[in-house]
Design a protein around this ligand. Sequence first.
Ligand code: UDP
Ligand code: MG
Length: 330
Amino acid sequence: MIESSVEVQVEPSVELSVVIPMFNEEEALPALAERLRPVLDGTGETYEVLAVDDGSTDGTAGQLARLRDGWPQLRVVRLRRNSGHQAALTAGLHHARGHYAASLDADLQDPPEKIPEMLALARSRHLDIVYGVRGNRSSDTGFKRRTAAVYYWLMRRMVGDHVSAQAGDFRLLSRNALDALRALPDQPQVYRLLMPWFGFPSGEVVYRRDPRVAGRTKYPLRKMVLLAVDSVISFSVAPLRLAVWLGTLAFCVCLAMVGYTLAVYAAGDTTRGWTSLIIAVLFVGAVQLICLGVLGEYIGRLYTAAQQRPTYYVAEDTGDRVPAAVAGRS
Ligand code: UDP
Ligand code: MG
């Protein structure tokens, strides 16, 4: 049985949490710590750095343990297995104990120096969300830029214009927004679509997205496609509607074919027609398979939601006095 998060309110104990999901980031970690710590120490705020180790199989866990020795504000939430970027982010945001929580990538593509600016903006204008907005993507590869352009175009068409093409997962959330997140059922979320959907007062801080500091991207094409499919299906029924249109189109084509077939029959010329027959069979078959696939995606998600399996499992949280294996949220 999953605990409902609503009654498990977090009592903030620090001013700022910095949530960093990481998967096999041993190469990037030293540079991250070196750049992040002076920025956070310099703010004079109480803070915690919440590193979510998303089931890393390299030296990430060992590195984090070493870093913790000299950095008491570093807290490590270790997930039992690799659960994916968005699930790791969920774990971090659920466990954050700050009045505000910033989320950023471990590879220093999101500059930590912008965090104090985000915090100041949120406080001065009483904002619940401050998005990090990319000034330009010149540091991304051409392939990444093109796929991102297609992704955001599709999302804006299907989900709505409130999806910013330039906002990724670098943002600051207030306790209000964090509580709203915790109140949601534990299902896979796509945060860049979910956060604008809440409708909280929000602002933007522009930043330049740097190249990854070390190591390789953890988002191969396969994961990018999965994120895109998740994004569409979790926020829109447009593909189902598309299936209806496809079906209607196939029906119209079939009607035309019926007319043609009858005409040929009346003319007594019925032996020809192999090509059109095969085309019709293949066309109808393909449309049916596509529609079934679309239906299947939605049913699959309903099925997963009905099973109520948590999206992540916490193996250890160094912020707990007694480390224990905790299922789902704690
Ligand atoms: N990440 C994660 N779990 C995964 C994949 C990625 O926690 O299964 C983290 C990764 O360590 C990084 C962030 O998500 O901190 C973004 O990943 P990456 O930089 O590889 O993606 P890209 O910037 O290339 O889109
Ligand atoms: Mg990156």
